[in-house]
Design a protein around this ligand. Sequence first.
Ligand code: SN0
Length: 321
Amino acid sequence: MNYLSVNDIDDLGQWVQEGREIKKEPLKDIGLGKNKTIGLLFFNPSLRTRLSTQKAAQNLGMNCMVMNFNKEGWALEYEDGIIMDHGKSEHIKEAAKVISQFCDIIAIRAFASLEDKSKDQEEIVLNGFKKYATVPVVNMESSVGHPLQALADAITLAENTEKMGYKPKVVLSWAPHPKALPHAVANSFVQMMQKQNAEFVITHPKGYELDKEITGDSFIEYNQSKAFENADFIYTKNWSSFKEYGKVINKNPVWMIDAGKMAKTNNAKFMHCLPVRRNVVVHDDVLDSPNSLVIEQANNRTYSAQIVLKKILEDLEARSK
Ligand code: SN0
């Protein structure tokens, strides 16, 4: 069993329920991961993903090895049949098989390059490990998705909709950012929302349409103020253009989330995966308000990782019998 995308969740409601039970009693399955090792491989920076996945592994009694590949590992080659007389030192074929001998689960973070659209879409790093590793693989943000974040967001939504008594309106709003950022978080959030019983609206400037293969029938409202009307949740994220791949085509501060915009909502909760640029993406007033869920979202990263690792460990156990 791998966890590569939101599509690997067979029953979102049930997984969220399990996550919430784990949150109440995180050490309940401390025996499950005994003598099992997870290897966390990072090709990009991380705070929440690294620590929450490590915490989840610890809660399951696992050992954890962490490697920062970009700085400390050999530069990996992913292409088949290539003459390796340039910069790359080791082929994914050997690397993935060797790491599989040390680890029972491999988790990988490899962001989009935002330069080569087709290579990013092919998920060459994640799929390279999936192809050659002989153990389960977990996605800790690939070029296309961040399914551990989306699962944590689903837990956070569930916690905050429980007492609502009606179908919530959830808005995914693009906001400005100085840098070109990946689409992964937004993509997985959209895919997760498509499995929810909610009114879901995406708002962004023209030219910032996400991959149509992912958004499908999800509703896009180009007028941010209109999108915010009656919203119960504002989930904010910057991403670069998908069409003009990896380009920043709009930095208009009018898209920043501030208290005035939040006032147009149904007293909405504010969500963001973090890290967030204060007063560029979102104003201090919103981020520091009691309606901000960002810290609890980060807390729920442990439980989303723990659901996934637990399911993989149970699957491994069942197979070994
Ligand atoms: C990453 C992203 O995919 O947008 C990770 C989010 C979990 N975010 C960034 O790279 C932000 C970097 C910055 O300088 O603000």
